[in-house]
Design a protein around this ligand. Sequence first.
Ligand code: C2E
Ligand code: CA
Ligand code: CA
Length: 804
Amino acid sequence: MTFRTRTFLVLLTLIIIVEGTTFVAVLNATRSNFIEQGARELSLGRVIFDNAIDSRASELAVSVGVLASDFGFKGVVAAGDEATIRSALINHGSRINADLTFLVGRDGRVRASSRELPVLAFGSPFPFEALLATGRSRPEPARAVVSISDSAMQLVVAPVRAPDLVGWVAVGFAIDDVLAHRIQGLTNLQVSFVEVRRNDTRVLASTLAEGDRSGLASATTLADVVTEPRVIELGGQPMLGLRHHLSTGPDYNLDVVLGLPMEEVLAGYAPLRMKLIGIMILALALSAFGARLLARTVSQPLKGLAEAARRISRGNYRETVAVGSDDEIGTLAQAFNSMQQGIRNREEQIVFQAQHDALTGLPNRTLVNDRLHQSIRRSQRSGRPFSVLMLDLNGFKDINDTLGHATGDQVLVQVASRLERIGRDCDTVARLGGDEFLILLEDTDRSGARATAERLIDSIGATVAVQSMQIRAHISVGIACFPIHGQSAEEILRRADIAMYTAKDAEQYIAEYQVGQDEDHLRRLALVNDLRDALDRDELKLYYQPKMDLRTGTITAVEALVRWPHPVHGMIPPDEFVPLAEQSGYIRALTHAVLVKALSQVQRWRNDGLAMNISINLSALDLLDEKLPDIVEGLLSRYSLTGKVLTLEITESAVMKDTAYARGVMERLREQGIKLSIDDFGTGHASLAQLKRLPVDELKIDKSFVMDLPGSADDAAIVRSTIELGHNMGLSVTAEGVETDQSRNMLTEFHCDVIQGYLLSKPLPEDEFVTWMRGRHAGAVTPDQLALTHDDLEDTGARSLQSA
Ligand code: C2E
Ligand code: CA
Ligand code: CA
C-alpha cells in the first residue's frame, strides 16, 4: 500500500469516527428532545384528563343530587319494597343516563339495584364505605372512580333524606371505550383504564385496538410505566406511556395509562434525521475529498524524492529535485540535491583517481588502455597509423637509492611536465608506473614517431633541477606503430616495451620494435616457465666429455655439461637456457642441481673403481653467492669426497668483472683444495695484471682458437704464446675444441697439458661415457692411457682401472 493511500485511509478513518460520533450524538440529542416533548405532552394530557374526569363527575353529581332530592323518589325509598325501589332506580337512572343505580340503606347494606349484580345483591354490604363517610361530612354528593364487576365506573353517592336520612342512592356512569375516545379527543392521547387486582391486570376500557390491550396488560410492560413517561412496546409499535393512579378499591388499584405512539412523538424527527444524514454524507464527501487532496500534497513531494533516489541509484546525477516548499519536505529535497551533488563530485574524483597517477596527475595504465582501444578504432576507420612511445628513465633506481624517494618523485614530476610540453594536445602522455612513461601519438607513422622520440631525448636529456641539484635523467625509448607492429592494444603495448628494453640493452636511446622479437620474447618466457618445472622435477641431465693428459695420454678428468631434454622442443643446448636461468634467477638452483649430479656421479664411479676429476661450469652470478663455498663443502662431505676431485670453470669475462666479492668466494673455494679454471680464455680481454691477481690453477684456451689451429697461423701463434704465458704464471693449460690429430700434435708440440674435444669424444651421457672408457681400455689405446696416474687421484685412495 502506498504512503499516499495510507495517509488517505488514516485521514478518512479519523473523519468517519469524528463525524460519525458527532452525528450519532446530534441524532440522539434530537431524538431525546422529541421524546421529552412527547413526555411534556403526556403530562399535559394527564392534567387535561383529570379535568375532564372531574368536570364529568361534577356534572354527574348535579344530576344525582337532583335525583336524591326528587320528592317521588324519596317517597318510594322511604316506604317502598325492593321491587318498587328497583323500578324507581331504573326509571330515574335512565333519565340521567346512568349505567347503574342502586340504593344503600342506612345500615350500609344494599337494598335494591337497577342491575342484578352479585356484589349488589340485596343485603350485601356497600363496597365503598369511604364514599358514605365523605357523603355524610359534605353537602354535595361524594364521587369516585371505581371498579364494579369488571367495569370502571364513575360512582356518585348522594344521601336520600325524607327528611331524615333513609339511605344512599349510588349512581354509576360507565367508564368505557366511548369515554376513552372522548378523552382522546381532548388530549390527543391513547387512553386506557387498567385494573390491577391481585396480580391480575386487566384493561377495562381503552382507545387501543383489542390486540394492543392485552400487550398493555402484561405486567412487565405496565410496571415500566410509572409516574415518568417511558417507551413501551405494544404489538411491535413503540409508544410513550404515562401511568396515572386513579383510585384504590378494597382489593384492586385502578390506573389510567396515557400513551402517545412513538410514531407521533418522532413524527418531526424523521425528516430532520434525513436532513442530518444528507448533511453528514455531504460533509463526509467533502472531508474525503479534502483528505485525498491532503494525502496527495503530502505524498507528491515524497514521490518526487523517491523518484530522485531511484534515479541516483541508476547513476543519473544530472537532474535536480524541484524544491517546492520551504517546509520539512523542501529541506529534505535540498538535502537530496546536495547529497546528489556530493555523490557526483566524489564519483568524478574516484573516476579521475582510478584513471590518473597520483604523483604526476598523468593518465595511468587503465586510461591509456581505453585510449589505445579508441585509437585503434579510429585508425581502422581512417586507415591512418598511430604510434606508441614507451619511455624508461635510465638509472632511476640509483637516483632513488642515493638521493631518496622524495627527490626521485620530483624528478618524475619534472620529467612528466616536460613530456607533456612536447606532446600535442591530441596525444596522451601517461605514467604506467615507476619510471615508465608512455606517449600515444595520434596520426603518426614510424618516421614521425622517431622524430618525436629524438626531440624527447634532447629535452629530457637536459638536466633536471631538483632542490638546487642538477640531475641528469637519460631515457630509453621504444617505438611501436599500429598497425605494422601489432594489431591489438596489448600487442602494441608489449612490443613498445620490448623495443624499449632492446634500446636499454643495446645502450641506445631509441629502438623501434623489430618484427619477430615478441615471438622470441614469448618463447623465452615460456621456456623460463618450463625450466622452473624441469628444475623442480629434476629433469636436467649431465653429459660428460673426457679430458686427456697430453704427457701421459691418460683420461684423468671429465667436464660435466648440462643438457635439458625438453618434452616439446627436444634436447635444448645450455647456450640457450643457461642465460635464461641467469636472467630469471634460477641459476643458483641450476648450479646446485649440477653440483649434486656431478658429485654423486663421481662417488658412484669411485665405487666402481673409476677415479675421475670432474669440471663443473659456474656462472658469473654464482661467484656473487657467498654461500657457494659452504654449499660445495657440504656436498663434498655428503658424497665423502675431497675438494681435489673438483674443478670449477669460470669464464674469463665473468672473472674479469673482478669484484672483491667474487675473489673472496674464489679464495674460499680454493682453500678446500678445489681447482679453479678460467674458461673460454682469450675471448675476455683479461690483462696480465688482472690475471696475476686471480686465485686460479688452470687456463682453458677457448675452442675458437683451437678448432682451426692447423689452418690458421694467427691462432697457432696465439695458442702457443698463451700456453707459455700460462706456464710462466704456474698454471696448467687445457685446450678445448680439439677435433683433429693435427691439432693434437701441434698442442703436444706447444707443451699443452690437457686436451678436450671431439677428437676424443663428444659429451656423452653417463652410460655411454662408461662404455667409451671401457672401449678405450679394451681397444687400440695403450693400457697406460687408462691408468690413473694423476697424483691427486692417488691421494683419494681410489683404485686404478688398471689394477681393477
Ligand atoms: P664450455 O664450458 O666452453 O663447454 C664446452 C663446449 O664446447 C660444450 O658445448 C662442448 O660440447 C663443446 N665442445 C667440446 N669439444 C668440442 C669440439 O671439439 N668442437 C666443437 N665445435 N665444440 C666442442 P655445450 O655443452 O653446448 O656447452 C656450451 C656452454 O654452456 C659451455 O661452454 C658452458 O659455458 C655452458 N655450460 C654447459 N654446462 C653448464 C653448466 O652446467 N653450468 C653452467 N653455468 N654453464 C654450462
Ligand atoms: Ca667449460
Ligand atoms: Ca669453453
